[in-house]
Design a protein around this ligand. Structure first.
Ligand SMILES: Cc1ncc(C[n+]2csc(CCOP(=O)(O)OP(=O)(O)O)c2C)c(N)n1
Ligand SMILES: [Mg+2]
Length: 618
């Protein structure tokens, strides 16, 4: 079939399916795009001429649309994507941050940036960087460091191997992440006789990776030898649909469950053995158990510094690690005994062994009940805080949490809110907590809410967004208006980068460059008057419903009213400075100054050194 490279690409993408647990579904829902000379007459033409079922969505910032696509894929448990196309140069580079976000979070993201001419005749074209060191280096080479597969299609027939490899990586549970197929603009329009066998319907089987007998024995023995194991439920539990398996496993063997940001929501807050978030942004219960445990069973976790408290969180000198992960790279982390397999299948097989042996952990049920009761009391305390100087962030969060329907979805990414949420947020149903905390990319919040709403339009979606994140990127709020998708933006305005200010203060430095103040003519520093922003007015300008909230009564009224709205809503919630939650006996390593005239900085440095001495080295 004689087609342009772009027409063949559209046809190919439209014919890809995935099959998971016997359920077949279409893989590519549509294409987000921002057109420019690098793609409008190539891929743009192919999309415009029709004959396919890919929906075109108009993005308004390339990073924003690609992050919406990332949230869409995540909410679909990596089994459905929206591809993204951009022009060359700035349009393409705007997607690099999104590629990093998707790759860090192990989410499939297909990027189709335009590229400079393969033939080079008109060079240098508008937006061509030009590298004197290599003519074949273009802006799109910047994607290489943040993609799991990268290709440039300099001849139309190369599309075939490029597409097959793109799909291989996008649907590989262990290898998935961002994929970049750079499309030189002349090649987009060049044609080739593509064979039918390339364009026919293709099903990619997402098979569950089966643990070997040896691995099952190893894991069962490790648990048999453990008196006080804990389980960390990571994102892998989500993607393996292993919620019930984890809960049954915990219950059968009396094993406490803790959660990472990617794994939160899988197990109900009400489940007695759910001890909540673990690590730097973890809560008091999980962090207490982490200190005592002699076996950490990590199921589908990347074991980031936030989860392990920079490898300081597990204080038992005899603690051992057991990794269960489809990716051997992740399974082996922290020198763990490891099983390279699907979380659900592994836990089921190990459970059968443990049952045979009549295993039950040595955790005292009464002690566990007390730890859980104390944890619930702490959440209630934080959610009930009354302040003299304004609305507390944790109080506002509590009101929202308690108001939201159990099947409504909470979204977040950066700032102090993810910390408050992993520590305090009560989720009850799988798929109701969509946190991007692999990159913690400011600006993801609104894009993420849009992507989640596109995945599940019948659910209420609430995104928790800092004022700093809103200022960084909210272009896709307009896309939500355009698509008539109601998202609720819960904007917590503390007039600055609150969590970073806390970090600098906690490490001995006075507030510097982290609050949103005017330049002070007297000091020539950014320590002038605090600059208030009417965020509700900004949202109203986009066609959203805006609410101004300074107290609990206004928040409650706004939440009630928002249920009647059909357009996106923005809650401009003015919260008191430093009213977010603090850590619960965890540690986060940062690069504190080793030399300073400040006694407080010196003390912070000494504290860092002593923690490093106590932490595991790798
Ligand atoms: C793109 C990006 N740039 C910088 C950072 C570093 N950073 C992390 S949180 C933060 C401040 C967030 O401020 P805000 O959204 O107002 O949340 P708050 O901490 O005040 O709750 C910064 C600058 C980041 N995570 N992402
Ligand atoms: Mg802020």
């Amino acid at each position: 079939m004689k087609l342009t490279m772009s027409q063949a690409l559209v046809k190919f993408l439209d014919n890809q399916y995935v099959s998971f647990d016997g359920v077949e579904s279409k893989f590519v829902d549509g294409i987000f795009g921002i057109f420019g000379h690098g793609c409008v007459v190539g891929l743009g033409q192919a999309l415009e001429q029709g004959g396919h079922s890919l929906k075109f969505y108009q993005g308004h910032n390339e990073q924003g649309m690609a992050q919406a696509a990332t949230a869409f894929a995540k909410q679909n448990h990596r089994r459905k994507i929206i591809a993204c196309t951009s022009s060359i140069g700035p349009g393409a580079l705007n997607m690099v941050t999104a590629a990093g976000t998707a790759t860090a979070n192990r989410i499939p993201l297909l990027l189709l940036p335009g590229d400079t001419f393969a033939c080079r005749q008109p060079d240098p074209v508008l937006q061509q960087v030009e590298q004197p060191t290599s003519y074949s280096t273009t802006a799109n080479d910047a994607f290489r460091a943040v993609c799991k597969y990268w290709d440039r299609i300099v001849r139309p027939e190369q599309l075939m191997t490029a597409c097959i490899n793109a799909m291989r990586v996008l649907t590989d549970q262990a290898e998935t992440g961002a994929v970049c197929l750079a499309m030189p603009q002349d090649v987009e329009g060049e044609s080739f006789d593509y064979p039918d066998y390339f364009l026919q319907k293709r099903v990619w089987y997402i098979d569950r990776r089966i643990p070997t007998e040896r691995e099952i024995d190893l894991a069962a023995q490790a648990i048999m030898d453990s008196e006080k194991p804990i389980l960390i439920a990571g994102g892998g539990v989500t993607y393996s649909d292993a919620y019930d398996t984890v809960a049954a496993f915990a219950e059968k063997f009396n094993i406490p469950v803790t959660e990472t940001q990617a794994g939160k929501g899988n197990i109900s807050f009400d489940f007695p053995l759910n001890f909540g978030g673990i690590g730097v942004t973890g809560g008091p219960a999980a962090n207490k158990l982490a200190k005592i445990t002699d076996l950490v069973i990590s199921a589908g976790s990347r074991l980031t510094d936030f989860t392990t408290a920079s490898k300081w969180g597990f204080r038992n000198p005899d603690v051992r690690m057991l990794g269960i992960n489809v990716s051997s790279f992740d399974a082996m982390k922290m020198d763990a005994m490891y099983v390279t397999a699907d979380a659900k299948l592994t836990l089921e097989a190990v459970a059968a062994k443990l049952e045979e042996k009549g295993y039950k952990s040595g955790w005292d049920p009464a002690e566990l009940n007390q730890i859980k009761a104390d944890y619930i009391a702490e959440v209630d305390r934080m959610y009930g805080i009354e302040l003299e100087n304004g609305l507390s962030q944790t109080r506002a969060l509590g009101e929202i949490n308690n108001f939201m329907a159990k099947d409504a979805i909470a979204v977040g990414s950066a700032g102090s809110l993810p910390g408050c949420m992993q520590r305090l947020w009560k989720s009850y149903l799988p798929g109701t907590y969509n946190m991007e905390y692999g990159f913690s990319c400011m600006g993801y919040e609104i894009c993420g809410a849009l992507g989640v709403k596109m995945a599940q339009p019948d659910k209420e979606v609430y995104t928790m967004c800092g004022d700093g994140s809103f200022l960084m990127l909210h272009s896709e709020l307009y896309t939500a208006v355009q698509e008539n998708l109601k998202i609720n933006v819960m904007l917590f305005d503390n007039i600055g980068w609150g969590c970073i200010e806390n970090l600098q203060n906690n490490q001995g430095t006075d507030t510097f460059g982290t609050r949103f103040c005017a330049r002070n003519p007297e000091t020539d520093l950014l320590d002038g008057e605090l600059l208030n922003i009417d965020f509700a007015k900004i949202a109203e300008g986009y066609g959203c419903k805006g609410y101004r909230v300074t107290n609990v009564a206004e928040l409650k009224a706004a939440l009630e009213d928002s249920l009647k709205q059909t357009k996106p809503c923005l809650f401009d919630i003015k919260v008191a400075h430093k009213s977010m939650s603090d850590g619960y006996d965890a540690w986060w390593r940062v690069g504190v100054a080793s030399v300073s005239e400040s006694a407080r900085v010196q003390a912070a440095y000494e504290d860092m050194v002593s923690h490093v001495r106590e932490a595991r080295l790798y």
